[in-house]
Design a protein around this ligand. Sequence first.
Ligand code: ADP
Length: 892
Amino acid sequence: MKPKKKKKSMLFNENIDLKQRLFVLNLIVTLTVLAITFIEIIFTDEFLIDSIMLAVVMAFIVLVGIISVKTGKVGIGGVIIATLMSFGYFPITFINGGGINGDAPLWFIFNVLFVSMVLSGKVKIVFYVLQLLTAAACYFVGVAYPDIIHPNTYMMSHIYSFTALVFISIAVSVVIGLETGLYEKENKRSVKQKREIENLIASQNQFFSSMSHEIRTPINTIIGLNEMILREDVSDEVAEDAANIRAAGKLLLSLINDILDMSKFQSGQMHLTNVTYYTGNMLSDIVGMLWIRAKEKKLEFKINVSPDIPAELVGDEFRIKQILINILNNAIKYTKEGSISLSVQCERKNNDTVNMIYTITDTGIGIKKEDIPYLFTAFKRVDETENQHIEGTGLGLSIVKQLLDLMGGKITVNSIYTKGSTFIIEIPQKTNGEKQVGEFDYEKNHHIAKKGEYKQKFEAPDAKVLVVDDNESNILVVKKLLRATKVRIDTAVNGVDALGKTLNDSYNVIFMDHLMPEMDGIECFRKLRNQVGGNSRNAKVVILTANAGEEERELYRKEGFDGYLVKPVSGDDLESELYRLLPKDLVHVKGNSEEIINETISWMRVGQKKKNVVITTESVADLPKEILEKYDVQVIAHKVQTVEGTFKDGREIDTAGVLQYMEDKTKKILPLAPDVKEHESFFAKQLSRANNVVHVSISGKIENSGYPVAKEASRAFDNVHVFDSGHLSSGQGILVIEACKMAEEGLEPEEIVERLEKIRSKIHTSFIVDNLDFLARSKQVGNRTANFVKSLMGRPVLVLKRGKMGVGRIYFGSRKRAWKKYIDSTLSNMGRIDRSILFVTYVGISKRDQDWIRSQIVRKGKFEEIYFRQASPAIAVNCGAGTFGLLLKDKG
Ligand code: ADP
């Protein structure tokens, strides 16, 4: 009995791996069936060899089974046993046991079942196939070589088949029954474990939340009393120590908040509380909190709020503030000099929803490209050596990302290491009404100077304030922090005590703690509002608590408190709240308050709306200034390299200069594209005025192309799209114009690129050149060929096909004759050509010749605009004087 009990306990022992237990179960059942068969053979079979063979097989299975369970390698054990049975024992049984007139076919089925229970993955599939092939081979032998099969008598074949049917059916139902039992048990166990984990997380959450409450209370005392020291006229050393205490206290506090948030995310308890809020107030609160910090670091703080933003939105204002403060704080933290900017835009999604887009840009230390993927990982601080002296935990961005995921928003980061970063945050929000924020007036918002260094805002000696808290240190802090306001302060140590005071006295404002013995703040608040004969029933009540949780915030809002302050509370917070709630006739504003507000406003700029997409290109796109200005296209300059130095296209060297230089054929001159770093800076700058950039580059297939460089640089950004125009000069320019029109229509960057791809093949870029000298100079043709063509007065036409420049045709004879032929052939099919714009881009062609070219064009047909444009120096290098091209687009 004992071993059986042991086996059973092993089968149901939850500490043993389920796979191992299933393996043992299958072995036991298989061995049982084989043992019964063994007994049957002994009684019925005349061949001793059959029973010996079966005994050996059983012993082998037992041995392999024990070894594999002991070594924990049940997978290998399963394969060995399945091999023995599938390709050894059962095929032999088939031949020895009467072929299909015996029990072998049923054993084949049993064997398939064994494999499906014991093996897994690809091995299982391989076994199925091999088993099928083995069975097929056995059946084939049965048909082709019937003599090999040892026949059973008619009677015996029925007996074997029947007994196998019975045993195998019992075995199958036992295995399935027991396995189902095991799985059910396992299932119950995992449900139980899940519940235990949930309870554990809930208690962990509870622990964090009460820890946060407990820690906040002493920090309140530390920070509050420390603030009093800072307000005193103390020695520099004491002031410095106190400032350090303040910084450490704030860091500790933000750490507690972050850990609390992280634990909420982990336990799935982070919920959003959507309320209607005023966009302007929210923004000025944020700005008010951060501008002084920026100012302390001598950073310029630029604000650009688009006037069309809805004035009222519905969402979790508190969490949105948290996100923006976090990113702005980082911008200030990681910037040594320069500026930080906040730009706010919105995009209409449908009638009642907008996508709010907050772009925060700094000129700080930037983030390495390879670090960007890890920015949002909790506790991960990137570039630690560079940042070691900057305080932080690496939790902020992880929380920001998780909050945005919860809101259905997103965050993208663009950064150039050592130059600065741009964080773009998109949050969908419901609108409340059609009112727009307009030219947002910060002056009206009194929250502005809320959190800066201490500046007394007002005095109210006739105001009466009650502070209710069971912790005497907390009371002391509030009293001291409000001392400068000269308000009259009474105190109470719990709800009962407070109600005793409110019965007789009339208070303007009550600061009420939540958790207190005897009667807590909420109960006291309810009783106060209905207090019979109470003199403070209409007092403004602010809950002043160490409970910073989401649920509490919602609870206080529902209860109807007039304000909510979280400990540790600053003097500014208390004063601002008092200022907001006290009757204005009791308040005497001090001059400095206005000063602060005015100072804040001078830091702000309500500016133009940031674009969704801007189109950029290179100087080699040869677009006239008026078109660049009309479409606001920014251009990155290519360069020309000479022995005297490298010059920027158009800015440091002009086309005439290049032509002059080229007259001396011994002097080397080479067009050069800007490098990756230059492109990165260029793109970063563009992203401060737009959310996306579509950069139309010169064909990637020509020498010294800017395309591969721009493409490489774009990898540092999420929203820079580099498009290979497949053309150069004004051919590339025509694609730029098309892209600009699409951007004006409001197309997204991906759509613009998609459409440009279709237009690309409709552009024709060709130039007629005087000779092949320049190609010889750049070693694209040999000197001899160039001289030969020249001696025949051959004037080649260079054509751009599939991005590559090649010689298309050669016209012989005088310049004018060749030019005329070129114009006639290029404009031969006027019906096909888009007549809205034609570029005649030239190098070293006189005004008279230009007029002649124009007359020849007009003879062929009318264009709405014909632009004569001197090619940029980098293009001129490639073709030399006496060149011009007709660059145009097909219709459609
Ligand atoms: P921390 O508390 O370390 O600031 P965050 O999660 O807010 O944690 O940021 C993670 C890391 O990302 C920071 O340690 C810093 O290396 C980098 N980082 C965040 N914002 C900026 C920025 N504006 N400029 C440069 N690096 C930044």
